[in-house]
Design a binder for this molecule. Structure first.
Ligand code: SF4
Ligand code: SF4
Length: 118
């Protein structure tokens, strides 16, 4: 079961998780052409080995340990993580931003703590 990046990554996107992932399954990296325009990073669900190294590395606690652990209002981003290579993950993430305006108004560093209230 893959780890999932959620909305505190939007506006943060600092790649700290990429630096610690042992199987290089978090994309896009800074050296990939998509990095400049993507609004967040995504974990490839089939490449992730569930090691957990990325969770403490994330400064805004954006990464959940499983689909089941991901809050219901972040489930659209489960899909965004899943389709990154084969679909328009950023379109899903941008739709999430539009649909979750109240949540996204909270600073990224405080947003994960607010997930429980939404
Ligand atoms: S859980 Fe491990 S393998 Fe999966 S994205 Fe995080 S660091 Fe990479
Ligand atoms: S460490 Fe967190 S905020 Fe930074 S890119 Fe990874 S998921 Fe996004």
């Amino acid at each position: 079961m893959p780890f999932i990046i959620t909305d505190p990554c939007i506006e943060t996107k600092d790649t700290a998780c990429v630096d610690v992932c042992p199987v290089d399954c978090i994309h896009p990296r800074k050296d990939e052409p998509e990095f400049a325009q993507t609004i967040m990073l995504y974990i490839h669900p089939e490449e992730c080995i569930d090691c957990g190294a990325c969770v403490p590395a994330c400064p805004v606690a954006a990464i959940y340990e499983s689909i089941d652990a991901t809050p219901a209002h972040q489930k659209d981003l489960v899909e965004a993580n899943a389709v990154y290579r084969n679909g328009d993950a950023d379109a899903i993430a941008k739709a999430h931003v539009a649909a979750q305006a109240d949540l996204m108004a909270i600073p990224a560093a405080e947003r994960q703590a607010a997930h429980a209230r939404f």
